[in-house]
Design a protein around this ligand. Sequence first.
Ligand code: ADP
Ligand code: MG
Length: 317
Amino acid sequence: MIGTDVLKQQLGNVLAETNFEGLGAVQRGKVRDSYRQGDRRILVASDRISAFDCVLGTIPFKGQVLTQLAAFWFQKTRELVPNHLISVPDPNVMIVRECEQLPLEFVVRGYITGVTKTSAWYNYARGTRNLCGNLLPDGLRKDQKLARPIITPTTKHEAHDRNISRDEAIQEGLIDGETFDEAARMCLTLYEAAVAHAASRGLIFVDTKYELGRLDGKLVFSDEINTPDSSRYWFADTYAERFAAGEEQRKLDKEYVRQWLADRGFRGEGTPPKLTDALRIEAARRYIEAYEIVTGEQFQADLRPVRARVAAALGAS
Ligand SMILES: Nc1ncnc2c1ncn2[C@@H]1O[C@H](COP(=O)(O)OP(=O)(O)O)[C@@H](O)[C@H]1O
Ligand SMILES: [Mg+2]
């Protein structure tokens, strides 16, 4: 594991945003900058971190961790379910097939948890028993395992994510039933594969968010899959004891940053607090730890100036 002294030195070597010449117009998401190239798309993972739908600053190596973890999962599961990945020309870059993205995000949950407004536990604790068309029994406790994984879709392309059921999504004309059901089957297959691998690494794969798109008429997984930005991972060995005691789980995802913000009174409204060096170093350490635990491989930190390296890999300036 990379030392905190190295992380400290790298606080200034981050990819905040790109504006490469020669790749066409940049489309900037919260975390990724992308460049459309005909039937392909260059997805550059910046080091930006977002939480509660706000971009907060940068974390060294975050773009590399996200890219390499997403690539790990895309490669590992490609025989099981199709995806958009073509190649990884740089630790921060995926070249993918351009897809027609479905207007829903598919959240798969094996446990009831979460404190944001679309989260299962947040809504359940306030009395909701029908979560996006899934009927939940009374008496569940925070972080409890569900009888079976459920899918709780949210809308995409709206200012803030909104929970929606299969039937509402069809009524609103966002998707047809056949497409929804096919996507849902694929999501459960990928989720179960992630659960099995995570278990072999001493982790619980709690929940995740998938995006799918259409490619030559077929549905494929796009965006990123099973990363610590899009998923929750808990340590398995302490799960039962902490659940029984009503304590917080030990987490391997970006909950650390959400908690840090919440402790300072920020949950998405108003101005976010400025990320301190100590927070940025600890968050980087945790992202790298997530990479190493999930993949079982040592993280290869690339210490070269990140912007110049990415530009060179893309033949851009
Ligand atoms: N294969 C693909 N084809 C087209 N768009 C894609 C593909 N993969 C990912 N995207 C889109 O690229 C963007 C990635 O940037 P991101 O920072 O995640 O944006 P956001 O702020 O919308 O979450 C998302 O809008 C995602 O839907
Ligand atoms: Mg995204």
